[in-house]
Design a protein around this ligand. Sequence first.
Ligand SMILES: C[S@@+](CC[C@H](N)C(=O)[O-])C[C@H]1O[C@@H](n2cnc3c(N)ncnc32)[C@H](O)[C@@H]1O
Length: 210
Amino acid sequence: MLSEEEKYILEHSSPQEEGLDWIIKQTNIRTHYQQMLAGPVQGRLLKMLAAATGARRALEIGTFTGYSSACIALGMPPDGHIDSLEKNDELEDLILEGWKRTGVGHKTRLIIGDALQTLKGLEGPYDLVFIDGAKSEYCDYLAMVVDKVRSDGLIIADDTLWAGRLWEKPMPGDPQTTGIAAFNDMAASDPRLECVLLPLRHGLSIIRKR
Ligand SMILES: C[S@@+](CC[C@H](N)C(=O)[O-])C[C@H]1O[C@@H](n2cnc3c(N)ncnc32)[C@H](O)[C@@H]1O
């Protein structure tokens, strides 16, 4: 159930493509984890950032059902390409079908496996990286991708406000909360990076590599 504010925001943001509606619907029916999706507003923003930065090579960690990767691919030019990493091979059919229906099948490559292993074999430079895998692994992802991102390229990380748990006193000690807290500290203190943490949904960090 959407709040009045959420309805207003959606009504005043550009509508999303039909293929994306299909992915959301199928995610709900086939996984029951719709809340894992970036959602229409973040999805519009990802598409816009990909388009505005002229991204031609993108990388995503955490495909799930392919929604956010489709949004990024939609923002890229016809010869743009996104590598998307997912460890759950049961999602493969749904991901590929959704990408096809969104018209981005030719721009997307799904790599099934543990991202921490896959990343070792991927070469940059990437123009845009979207981090949305296991929260406990965010610092590892950042350490592994930072040298693969071009200068002035973007690293975007989802859930970086982690539903307000970061400033609870004492802060919860679960691996997800401590993982996000360490990631935020790491990104903000790295002189190679410029960060802005936006209060969009559960927090979205936009990080520019200098
Ligand atoms: C929040 S969901 C991603 C949602 C997706 N980016 C979207 O907005 O449409 C996180 C995904 O990361 C995957 N994941 C978690 N740890 C991973 C790892 N080490 N390697 C690859 N995938 C991983 C999970 O299986 C899950 O599908």
